[in-house]
Design a protein around this ligand. Sequence first.
Ligand code: GNR
Ligand code: NI
Length: 171
Amino acid sequence: MALLRMRHYPDPVLSSVAEAVTEFDDTLRTLATDMVETMYAAPGVGLAAPQIGVLKRLVVIDCGGEEEPELIEAVNPEILERDGESYEEEGCLSVPGYYAQVKRSAWVRVRYQNLHGEMVEQEAEGLLAVCFQHEIDHLEGKLFVDRLSSLKKSLFRKKYKKIMEQQQEQL
Ligand code: GNR
Ligand code: NI
């Protein structure tokens, strides 16, 4: 097992579209295992492969919490159906220190393949629905800050610059 290096905004890998996974082999399963370890270590409730520099359509999610972990490893995930609206505060391991409310669908039906290539369909609401949408966005090269209004996005850019400068000072 290994921890993988997190890529941070504005790394160009985060704005690139990831490629479909076609080989369901040990390489894929090792990548998934390392991503799960990296997600739990962060800690985060989700992680998409582009965040660790791999442009493949693989995401891992665990919104279950420490008490009852509920690990999802989703390959080539897609949203089939969506309904309602939600405005949850989001953060992202690739945008450290910044949080904002994002408009999402409240309910989604998703389809993905498991690590053996078998098709799975699942419905999600609440934090899990937000997570699926947030992670699938990563596969399209989209970050939650791309979904903010242009005013909020320019405020984000200023604030993020300061966050990055403070991090530099701490080193
Ligand atoms: O750890 C994470 N928390 C979170 C909180 C609200 C909405 C989305 C997320 S996902 C984030 C981890 C991450 O960056 N995944 O890509
Ligand atoms: Ni993220």
